[in-house]
Design a protein around this ligand. Sequence first.
Ligand SMILES: Cc1cc2nc3c(=O)[nH]c(=O)nc-3n(C[C@H](O)[C@H](O)[C@H](O)COP(=O)(O)OP(=O)(O)OC[C@H]3O[C@@H](n4cnc5c(N)ncnc54)[C@H](O)[C@@H]3O)c2cc1C
Ligand code: FES
Length: 232
Amino acid sequence: MAELRATQMLVPNMHLLTVFAPEVACGMRPGQFVIVRAEEEGEPIPLSVADWDEEQGTLSIVFMNVGGTTNALAGLPAGNTLPSVVGPLGKPTEIDRFGTVLGVAGCFGLGSIFPIARALHQAGNRVIVVLEARSSFLLFWEERLRSVADALHIITRDGSKGLRGHVGRLTEIIAASQPVHRILVNGCTFLLKRVADVSKPFAIKTMVSLNPIMIDGTGMCGVCRVTVGDST
Ligand SMILES: Cc1cc2nc3c(=O)[nH]c(=O)nc-3n(C[C@H](O)[C@H](O)[C@H](O)COP(=O)(O)OP(=O)(O)OC[C@H]3O[C@@H](n4cnc5c(N)ncnc54)[C@H](O)[C@@H]3O)c2cc1C
Ligand code: FES
């Protein structure tokens, strides 16, 4: 059982939950996720951790309301309890002194890239954050991300903030920021693919945070297997 300490709709359809789960918050590392259930008989779903506080014993999750469980989570008020929060899970993001790192985020990835950008910044990297959204009203945590970045760029499809267009505009940002030693991408699968395509000609190591369907998250069922190149 984990108490919901705070809930907030950040922008339309995007929600922030702060959960009291001290045993999970302790030992959490950037890039990891938790598996939560909204109701006792409900499905467990994986969600990345966007921040945590070991002293307070809390962790924060940013999620998009897309279906059954996320809709139930979005409807829970602070003070309610989640039947389970399991974690920390997943391979943490490699944090080292790489040089210049570009962190690209869209959708709920604006939340989950935050602890990664912070850790890379603390490790002495030059961190450039790129936020992508359909329109400026869908952006959140801009100032929070700016506080852990050496530079921050915005791309909006409608041009209401920053560069107008889609993530193809990243080509200009990469060219102007050279040398870039690593690119990290968090967000929806389409964004991950587009950024990987854009970064390929530059031959920059690009790490994407994949979000496959998961059932148990324990490594037993094999549902979360993904094919990369010729191997799974
Ligand atoms: C490691 C990991 C970290 C994740 N982190 C986040 C996060 O921080 N924030 C966030 O909003 N989401 C995140 N996701 C995706 C999230 O788990 C799904 O959106 C969620 O499981 C949907 O559950 P639901 O019951 O609300 O929707 P459902 O009713 O199960 O499905 C609604 C729609 O979403 C699709 N869908 C379901 N699961 C996924 C999935 N895993 N990936 C892509 N599409 C899916 C379904 O095909 C369907 O079209 C993460 C997924 C993984 C594997
Ligand atoms: S969800 Fe990964 S093995 Fe079952």
